[in-house]
Write a protein that binds this ligand. Structure first.
Ligand code: IPE
Ligand code: IPE
Ligand code: MG
Ligand code: MG
Ligand code: MG
Length: 295
């Protein structure tokens, strides 16, 4: 088996090539919006969601028509959520993916529109998949729109996160925020891969359980890194959660217990993969990477 770092670099470049093909060029009119969308899309993210999508498919089958488009649609939604998360009206961040944030470079209006545009492009990217039956395309759209939405989805989580600032950080609120703002899209990532691969109901249940646990671990670690790592390593402003009174895992449980909880989620993610055997080797490695990462 190829070393993980090499494998991930290949997957990232596959995703970047596809994103480039699917996104209007900088010279397409009106130019400003396409420059803003591309600026944030290609600023250098880890591409963890698209890779989870590709590997969610690989765990089920070698044949997964449309999976590259599905993977790209997830990165489009994720990048949109980051652009909006950084706006002055939300987290008010100047630094993202190692560069000035979208609104710092293009202004608030264009950053809002670039986020909106990445959302519509994500849906178009799914609708235009070739070689996948209409029922499965609809299932992909249902999955992505639900995970991005207001009911237990990304936007709902962002609302609870914003409204939670300077409120008493309870375990119940924390769980609700993290499942929704980050967990939902990570869970959808592996599920969308599995849909393309034609997963059975029991495979779907197993992959969902993996996504749910890995997704929670991911945001627990994001909260820990915000405290422990410098901005230069993160490519985004460190220490913001405490400054903004956010409800985070360390705020509720402390750093040490948060680390232990991330480890437990990781273990549960591994256990969920049992039905897939060796097909899930990369998903196992990604679960470990999620808790061991430093950025
Ligand atoms: C950051 O996501 C925002 C969260 C949901 C925690 P990532 O850590 O995946 O950011 P990129 O895509 O690598 O920039
Ligand atoms: C953001 O969570 C989750 C999103 C839906 C974008 P954070 O606000 O913790 O993400 P970072 O730390 O700014 O990347
Ligand atoms: Mg935020
Ligand atoms: Mg933020
Ligand atoms: Mg964070």
């Amino acid at each position: 088996v190829k070393p993980l770092a090499e494998f991930l670099a290949e997957q990232q470049s596959l995703i970047d090539t596809a994103l480039d093909r699917l996104t209007p060029s900088e010279s397409t009119l009106p130019e400003t919006i396409h420059r803003a969308m591309r600026y944030s899309l290609f600023a250098g993210g880890k591409r963890i969601r698209p890779i989870l999508c590709l590997q969610g498919a690989a765990a089920v089958s070698d044949e997964a028509p449309g999976v590259v488009n599905a993977a790209c649609s997830l990165e489009m939604i994720h990048t949109y959520s980051l652009i909006h998360d950084d706006l002055p009206a939300l987290d008010n961040d100047d630094f993202r993916r190692g560069k000035p944030t979208c609104h710092k470079v293009f202004g608030d209006a264009m950053a809002i529109l670039a986020g909106d545009a990445l959302f519509t492009l994500a849906i178009q990217t799914l609708v235009r998949i070739e070689g996948l039956d209409a029922a499965r395309k609809l299932a992909l759209i249902e999955e992505l729109s639900f995970a991005s939405g207001t009911v237990e989805g990304m936007i709902g989580g962002q609302v609870t996160d914003i409204e939670g600032e300077h409120q008493t950080p309870t375990a119940e609120l924390l769980d609700r925020i993290h499942r929704a703002k980050t967990g939902a899209l990570l869970r959808a990532s592996v599920r969308m891969g599995a849909i393309c691969a034609g997963a059975t109901a029991s495979e779907m249940a197993a992959i969902s359980s993996y996504g749910e646990h890995a997704g929670l671990a991911f945001q627990i670690v994001d909260d820990i890194l915000d405290i422990e790592e410098p901005s230069e390593a993160l490519g985004k402003t460190a220490g913001k959660d405490v400054a903004q009174g956010k409800i985070t895992f360390p705020a509720v449980y402390g750093l040490e217990e948060s680390r232990a909880m991330a480890q437990r989620k990781c273990l549960q993610a591994h256990q969920s993969l049992e039905p897939f055997g060796d097909r899930a080797i990369r998903l196992h490695q990604i679960a470990d990477l999620i808790v061991e990462r430093k950025a």
